[in-house]
Ligand binder design. Structure first.
Ligand code: SAM
Length: 212
């Protein structure tokens, strides 16, 4: 095991464990779905739950549900009477994900929408205190502007994968639209005086943005 993998193993041994339900979901994600590495996993999942506990939001938004792992972790941190709204554009994902959300202990705190968050979010008429942005990397600036307009002052946006496996340091190929999208997003947020921002080098990079 290299040092990075050993440190990750060490971290996982010294933080709260995942529930058996989340472990089973991750196993099913690996067995049944394409691109299972997209799911948040143990460390990021515990961190999302803790963010929710720290921020104590009324309304939480997620763009990009996939198998539901991060949605369940966000919902786990929510207090009674508060809600997570999570959007997944891929309708083929619904048969897998909906039962995992609905059979979980947090079913009554989760609203799961199938469709493009860019189209559906404005129709909700809800202002959020926390958003987890984890959809199409090519559209991060579009998500950002829409989410920021639907975030209360003092609210937070967490944008995932903002270091893109270190590719942000490289000159992307002209057809590598994901790396181009992430780099443009990082430059855009860095200059944005409407927000405070920090990037955590956790996993694939997580940008924490606070609306002023
Ligand atoms: C990285 S995965 C999400 C992983 C999940 N958040 C987790 O951490 O366990 C990204 C998901 O975003 C979905 N997606 C992409 N564009 C979207 C959009 N505009 N609206 C809603 N979902 C979108 C994709 O279909 C994919 O399932």
């Amino acid at each position: 095991m290299n040092k990075e993998a050993s440190l990750e193993a060490y971290i996982l041994q010294h933080i709260d464990p995942e529930s058996d339900y989340l472990k089973a979901l991750l196993r099913a994600t690996n067995v049944k779905l394409l691109r299972p590495r997209m799911a948040s996993g143990h460390l990021q999942g515990r961190m999302l739950k803790m963010f929710v506990e720290m921020i104590r939001p009324q309304q939480v938004l997620e763009i990009g549900t996939y198998s539901g792992y991060s949605a369940l972790c966000l919902a786990e941190g929510l207090r009674e009477g508060t809600m997570l709204h999570t959007f997944e554009i891929n309708d083929e994902q619904e048969d897998f994900t909906r039962p995992w959300l609905e059979n979980s202990p947090y079913a009554d705190k989760i609203k799961f929408y199938i469709g493009d968050a860019l189209e559906l979010l404005p129709q909700l008429g809800i202002m959020f205190d926390l958003a987890f942005v984890d959809g199409d990397k090519r559209k991060y600036i579009e998500y950002y502007e829409l989410v920021l307009a639907h975030t209360n002052a003092g609210g937070y946006i967490l944008a995932d994968n903002t270091l893109w496996d270190g590719h942000v340091l490289e000159e992307p190929h002209r057809t590598d639209y994901q790396t181009i999208g992430i780099k443009k997003f990082n430059d855009y947020v860095a200059k944005d005086t409407r927000v405070e921002k920090v990037i955590l080098p956790l996993r694939d990079g997580l940008t924490i943005i606070r609306k002023l």
